[in-house]
Design a protein around this ligand. Structure first.
Ligand code: 6PG
Length: 223
């Protein structure tokens, strides 16, 4: 794991957008398409604002969430909504979006179909993760039902998550998919998340899910 510290959050957003754009461009030199998985939440927006303007062959880029809240796409908590509003605009509007969730009663209903759609995108070309103060990443939360299966080497591509701390069910890429990405980045800001990351380095993934993806991870951090 490598940690890059930035003077401020604005500099971090600009630099991370450039790094991701460079890695996508490099992927497209040797592959027909590139897959980019990005988090939801409140941190990545400024990175999306920079990345969406990158001069790339976006029509060859497939963008997906690392996880999705099981809410309609027009809901304020939808990651698809965030990604479409902040990333898939400007030049990046030509990218293909790959949703993890369709509005069905039980997210398990759409999981097989979405896994089939995602399979050709693996391994992920470029992954950007977020992390909570509780050391969760994507929607892999310590203590959630089914976490062990979602952390396992034999895990499916997707898992339905029902974390007690969250207001809605989630669909998440599993640890093996996240960890298997060709390039892995974590975007965190604030001292509490920096402290949480240090704690996670000494804990098993069952207690700190971010620990499942620390190998070869580049951490981008600003106060
Ligand atoms: O759907 C989500 O919420 C994200 O994928 C999640 O894993 C997020 O990255 C962390 O919860 C950090 O969220 P903040 O950036 O809001 O702190």
């Amino acid at each position: 794991m490598k940690i890059i510290e930035y003077a401020d959050r604005e500099m971090m957003a600009i630099d991370v957008a450039n790094v991701l754009a460079g890695e996508i461009e490099a992927t497209l030199l040797t592959h027909d398409t590139a897959s980019l998985a990005v988090p939801g939440g409140t941190t990545p927006g400024p990175v999306f604002d920079g990345l969406c303007a990158a001069d790339l062959e976006w029509d060859r880029v497939h963008v997906l969430p690392t996880d999705e809240r099981c809410v309609p796409e027009d809901h304020e908590r939808s990651n698809a909504r965030l990604i479409k509003e902040r990333l898939l605009v400007n030049r990046a509007s030509n990218a293909r979006f790959m949703p993890l969730y369709y509005p069905v009663d039980d997210p398990e209903e759409c999981r097989p179909e979405i896994q089939t759609m995602l399979s050709p995108e693996l391994p992920l070309s470029v992954l950007l993760l977020g992390m909570g103060d509780d050391m969760h990443t994507a929607s892999l939360f310590a203590g959630m039902p089914g976490l062990d299966a979602a952390l396992g080497d034999g895990a499916p591509i997707l898992a339905v998550a029902r974390p007690e701390t969250q207001p809605e069910a989630r669909i998440t890429l599993t640890a093996r998919i996240l960890d298997g990405a060709m390039s892995k980045h974590l975007l965190i800001q604030g001292q509490s998340k920096r402290d949480a990351l240090e704690r996670a380095r000494g804990l098993p993934p069952e207690e700190a899910p971010i620990a499942a993806v620390l190998d070869d991870l580049t951490v981008h951090w600003a106060e």
